[in-house]
Ligand binder design. Structure first.
Ligand code: FAD
Length: 302
């Protein structure tokens, strides 16, 4: 531990927002992952200073949102993890535009939009991520995707400058944006929605929630769809047809309810999950000649 760095960090964002050796299993929906050397929860206004301090001390800095698309290794993460979550979650509405800080949960943004009779965000109401994570991943479901509603994002560059990026500059595609390759940090996003009927908006959100409960193994830890959809196929169907429904490595399992989900039945380790992912990739490749690319972001030391 670098004591001077940590003291400096505490001075900037407050001791109550800084943690040492923080177990990442508490911050990922898979419920696995070893300790991060440093874990911080800055407010939006403090993110630039945290980044700058990391650069000064040569400490690697990784940003996460709600940890709902992450597989973190059992040995954890060397360096600092910056959670842009509950401390950076303000939502404001101006006409048809919803401005949300990176840490705002999609469910909260969708609820706010519905309260203002704004339609277009319903598809995202059941995705358990933040606005920041959703822009990075161009999250999508039930025919909707962030690309359809994002108007602009405010990001921090690796030099610590705040810049605005248009939808085109974000280069949003299937589970893709320019954010990771440019090493940007999303601070805020503006969503352009449409006026709609409040009853219909609520109805649509309730219907999508029902569909999720029916089709997805929400009673277990997971990171949603483990693999991207390969061109011309469905990952879940390939996995099922390869005979892997319910396949287990330790407490990691291919969900019996939805083969596209790898679940943690309770005591899985990150090593179990990564082994299961590799086994599935290998068997699907051998049987169908298709490579399943992970949608889940794999981080840290295994
Ligand atoms: C039960 C379940 C259902 C799901 N259903 C869907 C679905 O229908 N559609 C879908 O698209 N996804 C789905 N997901 C996956 C996940 O919720 C989304 O990918 C979500 O957008 C991730 O947001 P997050 O805040 O949790 O990001 P995290 O998992 O914390 O991070 C994801 C990536 O974004 C980066 N990141 C996060 N925040 C920032 C930021 N502010 N600046 C820069 N980089 C950042 C991280 O470094 C990481 O690379 C599901 C997951 C679960 C567990």
């Amino acid at each position: 531990m670098n004591k001077i760095f940590y003291e400096h960090l505490q001075e900037i964002i407050g001791t109550e927002r800084c943690f040492l050796q923080e177990n990442m299993g508490r911050h990922t929906t898979f419920g696995v992952g070893g300790p991060a050397d440093y874990y911080v929860r800055p407010r939006r206004s403090d993110a630039a200073q945290v980044l700058s301090l990391c650069r000064t001390y040569g400490i690697p800095c990784l940003v996460i949102g709600n940890g709902s698309n992450l597989l973190v290794g059992d040995q954890g993460i060397r360096g600092l993890v910056m959670e842009l979550g509950r401390e950076a979650a303000q939502i404001t509405v101006e006409g048809r535009v919803v401005k949300a800080q990176a840490g705002a949960l999609l469910s909260a943004v969708a609820r706010t939009a519905a309260n203002y009779s704004l339609a277009g965000m319903e598809f995202a109401s059941g995705i358990p991520g933040t606005i920041g994570g959703a822009v990075v991943m161009n999250a999508g479901a039930y025919g909707g995707e962030m690309k359809h509603i994002v108007r602009k994002a405010i990001v921090l560059t690796k030099d610590g400058d705040e810049i605005g990026l248009s939808k085109e500059e974000l280069d949003l595609g299937y589970r893709h944006s320019c954010i990771p390759e440019q090493e940007y940090i999303v601070l805020e996003a503006e969503l352009a929605l449409e006026h709609g009927d409040p009853g219909k908006i609520q109805e649509r959100m309730a219907e999508l929630r029902r569909q999720r409960r029916e089709k997805q193994p929400l009673e277990y830890g997971s990171a949603g769809s483990t693999f991207k959809r390969p061109e011309g196929y469905f990952a879940g169907k390939l996995i099922q047809d390869a005979g892997l429904r319910g396949y287990r490595v330790g407490d990691a399992q291919v969900s019996e309810k939805h083969c596209g989900f790898v679940i943690n039945r309770g005591q899985a380790t990150a090593s179990d999950i990564i082994q299961l992912i590799r086994d599935v990739q290998e068997q699907v490749k051998a049987k169908f000649g298709v490579h399943l690319e992970t949608e889940v972001r794999i981080l840290g030391e295994f």
